[in-house]
Design a protein around this ligand. Structure first.
Ligand code: SF4
Length: 384
């Protein structure tokens, strides 16, 4: 598994636009309505990066991630220019992971090759489902054939590539999932992220669900699906290293791991979040989420609209536990800025250990499969 040092930091570049909004999505993403002035946007990202470099100089970057939205709609030269600027401003770790999210509907081999030339060394492909029924339910515009062909092409250019999938979508049964997994494993991807579809109130599915227009798999089916996924991915040589992430050994996503280990990160773009330690104080920062306001404030007023909060030690402990227990390997409780016993409910903690939702090995506390199955409830119960 990847290691990090005191001054390790990662960068997330958020591109907010997609061609259309998916019905399950509540991210800060917007369908493209007008022509985008790409040069203006690039200038804004470069200015933000320069400001971040003043706040966080001397860091060693362990990963850079272009997410969104659909950043694969960006010209590769845009991505390359951002990467050049980052390399002028910071030192990159020799194994720096540089990823981009890719929508299989809108990329050609030429585009994939151009991202590789621009410096990208990992892609995360938004396959979502390998069945046409699943893609239709999820409102995706690509086909299974598009996904298969993009995965194949990406495997030619990137040893390190991942596919994003969803399960427990409306109408999906456990038998459907089992069949789909056979096709997924046949792709031989070194990394898969597979998320349970959760109805977000602010999404189109959220409104449809409240009107009774979609039927979700029941809780028992979701639990059976989760359990089956753990078993099947293990057998396929893709063990879980986090609740929803599975990889061949050594190809776990370094960028995500840095979040779960609560390493500093810099988020750039509309609605992007950062966690940055400056003069020993950890700050939570979130940039203006409205793309036009974000852009105008930077270009017209040379000002980055951002909410900045100094995190108390208790808040830092809560956040560290919240992300750390997502990982199969668990977390070292001695890394918390306050004693572990002062931030958890002692009775709840003992019960969770006794009932085998948690396991403690020396200083390392981890969730068991039972614990990860009910992670959100477990954390609310555990942390004061
Ligand atoms: S899921 Fe991805 S492509 Fe779909 S709307 Fe959200 S950000 Fe855009």
């Amino acid at each position: 598994m990847h290691t990090f040092s005191e001054n390790s930091t990662s960068i997330y570049i958020h591109w907010p636009f997609c061609l259309q909004k998916c019905p399950y999505c509540a991210y800060n993403s917007y369908p493209i309505r007008d022509l985008i002035d790409v040069d203006k946007w690039k200038r804004a990202y470069l200015m933000c990066l320069n400001r971040a470099a003043q706040q966080a100089s001397g860091r060693v970057l362990t990963s850079i991630y272009f997410g969104g939205g659909t950043p694969s709609l960006l010209p590769a030269v845009f991505v390359g220019d951002i990467l050049d600027e980052i390399q002028k401003l910071w030192t990159l770790d020799s194994n720096c992971e540089i990823s981009i999210e890719m929508n299989p509907g809108y990329v050609t081999e030429k585009v994939i090759a151009s991202f590789s030339t621009a410096g990208i060394n990992r892609v995360s492909i938004g396959v979502q489902s390998l069945t046409n029924e699943g893609l239709a339910v999820l409102g995706r515009t690509h086909t299974v054939q598009d996904a298969l062909s993009v995965v194949k092409t990406c495997s030619k250019y990137f040893k390190n590539h991942s596919i994003d999938l969803m399960y427990a979508w409306p109408t999906q049964s456990i038998e459907d999932l089992k069949k789909e997994l056979v096709d997924i494993f046949a792709l031989d991807c070194p990394h898969i992220s597979i998320y349970q579809l959760i109805i977000e109130p602010d999404s189109v599915f959220g409104s449809m669900y409240s009107r009774g227009e979609i039927l979700m798999p029941d809780e028992n089916t979701c639990t059976d699906m989760f359990d089956y996924l753990q078993e099947a991915t293990d057998k396929a040589g893709l063990p879980s290293y986090e609740v929803a992430n599975h990889a061949h050994s050594g190809l776990e996503c370094r960028h995500s791991i840095s979040y779960w280990k609560y390493i500093d990160y810099i988020g750039i773009g509309p609605g992007a979040h950062s966690r940055l330690t400056i003069n020993r104080q950890k700050y939570a920062m979130v940039q203006e989420s409205n793309p036009q306001k974000w852009l105008n404030s930077i270009i017209d007023n040379q000002h980055i609209l951002e909410e900045v909060t100094a995190l108390s030690l208790e808040e830092q402990c809560r956040e560290t536990i919240l992300v750390g227990l997502r990982m199969t390997e668990g977390m070292d409780v001695t890394r918390l800025p306050l004693p572990f016993s002062s931030v958890v409910d002692q009775k709840a903690y003992e019960r969770l250990l006794h009932e085998k939702y948690l396991v403690k090995n020396g200083d390392v506390l981890a969730t068991t499969i039972e614990g990860r199955r009910r992670l959100n409830a477990l954390i609310s119960y555990l942390v004061k």
